[in-house]
Design a protein around this ligand. Structure first.
Ligand SMILES: NC(=O)C1=CN([C@@H]2O[C@H](COP(=O)(O)OP(=O)(O)OC[C@H]3O[C@@H](n4cnc5c(N)ncnc54)[C@H](O)[C@@H]3O)[C@@H](O)[C@H]2O)[C@@H](O)CC1
Ligand SMILES: [K+]
Length: 540
């Protein structure tokens, strides 16, 4: 598991650790790790550190201190290091002295600063770290722009210190300008903003430097106080259900799918395809696309009636392609009346948005909502002012948390970074000043928000959401907790898309890298779930 902690947690952990260490020790650990990563990158890029051109962008806080000390280390190895100080009178004294003692120089004036940046082999972004508020301040913007030009024209490497300046550490939101990095060297733990878009995209490849914060952050428990976590192959291998000698179809899970309509039969076929590849023991389909479904997948048990006419199931998927007619409303009602976990997707979400959270009142079994940004907008409009979909996509954590709280449901918000938020009852919530206008962000003993690391732009294709619903439903029927089912399904779905696109076993390539391979269809994603599943089990 990869864990990320809020700024508040990081600061508390740092304070506790610093109290036991000599002054400045943590900063030296951070700078040493940072310099080592830069040295490796320079060696790869130009063959050696000696003679390379490095520019340090140093803000007024400790983030600038880290960057200056790392610059000093690189200067001692023969790099030509120049520092651009955003506020010279407030630059980190020790760091600046160390840089000068190692032969580094300070650049004066914006023009010279920009020129040096554009000619650099490596730019260290130490403008602002976890102490940052809002987007970059105006005085920093031209230097960030110069660094971007250097990347684009000269192939310079931009290395962000702790996080790309201008990215909100806790949420990944970007308000205004921010530095775009190739590599981010982060200290002690990941920050949520490095794992969630748009911040994740600004961060590039993230390298974690251990500065000894682990015990302070987790009290011995893995990820103890994490706000956000991302599954890795081994976590998934432990979650995926594997049949035993005693398994029958009910033990493996029977999923009900209420999807499709005369107008959209394809959504039913795709949801069932996802469900069958997601490992369900059996899939029961209820709806008007029964003929198409059984023709395509003869193993499906079908009825052209609604969920109430279907035999026993252990979970429902309701919504894809249902339309908005009376039959669709009935299907939603009947699925919600069943005392088993229900996943509501697509048209089901549109119907739910018309009724608001009251439609879920009285249910005891879990509800899992799987909106994209547009559907999330509609669901939120039922309880509050409607935020445009773009806003939802740019502030994914906050909106997903808000939705989970409003509907008392587990929420999987799809998109460039898919996030899965536990239902409020499952998460102990703490009201933090940073989220005053918003529902609380789950930290401190609560269940962390899961973010999916396997997403790929190839998934932006018609019907891929229907397949995701089917996979998720299958795992719900197998008895996985909704958060596990949703995050495991998103992981498999992304990996399957990568596998199908690349034409070979999927890996999780570095963030920000171009997606490999060629376009895929939703049905091919469903078919590739098997290969994804295999590669996960092999790694576990
Ligand atoms: N606290 C610790 O023990 C450690 C901290 N470390 C480093 O220290 C950083 C945190 O240092 P600080 O608390 O001094 O805070 P930062 O250095 O992150 O930022 C604070 C400074 O940036 C300015 N600033 C705030 N928002 C800005 C914006 N949007 N644009 C431009 N400037 C802005 C503020 O005026 C302030 O002077 C971490 O990110 C990490 O890099 C590491 O050295 C590891 C140890
Ligand atoms: K930074």
């Amino acid at each position: 598991m990869r864990y990320a902690h809020t700024v508040e947690r990081v600061r508390a952990a740092e304070a506790a650790l610093m109290a036991r260490l000599p002054q400045g020790a943590l900063m030296q650990r951070a700078a040493a790790g940072l310099a080592a990563t830069c040295a490796r990158a320079l060696s790869d890029l130009r063959g050696s550190v000696y003679g390379s051109r490095v520019v340090v962008l140093a803000g007024s806080g400790d983030n600038g201190g880290d960057a200056l000390y790392a610059g000093a280390r690189l200067a001692r190895r023969g790099a030509g290091v120049a520092a651009v100080l955003l506020t010279p009178e407030k630059a980190h004294r020790g760091g600046l002295a160390a840089l000068r003692a190692a032969g580094g120089t300070v650049v004066h004036g914006r023009g010279e600063g920009e020129q040096r940046i554009e000619r650099a082999d490596l730019v260290l972004d130490g403008i602002v770290g976890i102490g940052g508020q809002g987007g970059l301040r105006p005085e920093a913007v031209p230097f960030a722009a110069a660094a971007q030009r250097a990347r684009e024209r000269g192939g310079a490497l931009v290395v962000a210190v702790d996080l790309p300046s201008g990215v909100d550490a806790d949420t990944g939101e970007v308000h205004g300008a921010a530095v775009r990095a190739d590599v981010t060297v982060t200290f002690g733990t990941h920050k949520p903003g490095l794992l969630v878009d748009p911040g994740a995209e600004y961060a590039g490849v993230v390298r974690l430097v251990d500065i000894g914060l682990g015990p302070e952050l987790g009290e011995g428990r893995p990820g103890g106080r994490a706000a956000v976590e991302a599954l890795q192959h081994a976590d998934l291998a432990a979650l995926l259900p594997v049949p035993t000698a005693e398994s029958d179809k009910y033990r493996r899970g029977v999923l009900g799918v209420a999807a499709g309509s005369a107008r959209y039969p394809g959504a039913a076929v795709l949801a069932v395809a996802g469900a069958l590849h997601g490992g369900a023991g059996a899939v029961r389909y209820a709806g008007s696309a029964a003929e198409e479904v059984v023709r395509r997948f003869p193993e499906t048990l079908v009825t052209s009636g609604g969920p109430a006419q279907t035999g026993r199931v252990q979970a429902w998927v309701v919504g894809p392609g249902l339309g908005d007619g009376p039959e669709a409303h009935r299907a939603l009602d009947e699925a919600l009346a069943d005392d088993v976990p229900v996943l509501v997707d697509a048209d089901g979400l549109t119907l739910l948005a018309q009724r608001g959270p009251v439609a879920l009142e009285g249910r005891r079994a879990p509800v899992l909502l799987t909106p994209h940004a547009g559907e999330a907008t509609r669901l939120l409009a039922a309880v509050h002012r409607g935020e445009p979909a773009e806003e939802v996509a740019h502030a994914r954590l906050r909106h997903a948390v808000r939705l989970a709280e409003a509907y008392g449901a587990v929420v999987l918000l799809k998109g460039s970074t898919t996030v899965v938020v536990p239902a409020p009852a499952e998460s102990a919530r703490v009201h933090s000043a940073r989220y005053r206008e918003w529902p609380s962000f789950p930290v401190a003993g609560g269940t962390p928000v899961r973010v999916n690391p396997t997403g790929t732009p190839w998934l932006a294709t018609a019907g891929s959401g229907d397949v995701l619903s089917g996979i998720t439903g299958s795992l719900l029927a197998a008895g996985l907790a909704p958060v596990d089912a949703a995050s495991a399904a998103a992981y498999l779905h992304g990996l399957a898309a990568r596998t199908a696109a690349a034409g070979r076993s999927g890996t999780v390539p570095v963030a920000g890298a171009e997606p490999q391979g060629a376009p895929v269809t939703a049905l091919e994603v469903a078919a590739a779930v098997r290969a994804a599943w295999r590669s996960v089990r092999a790694a576990g």
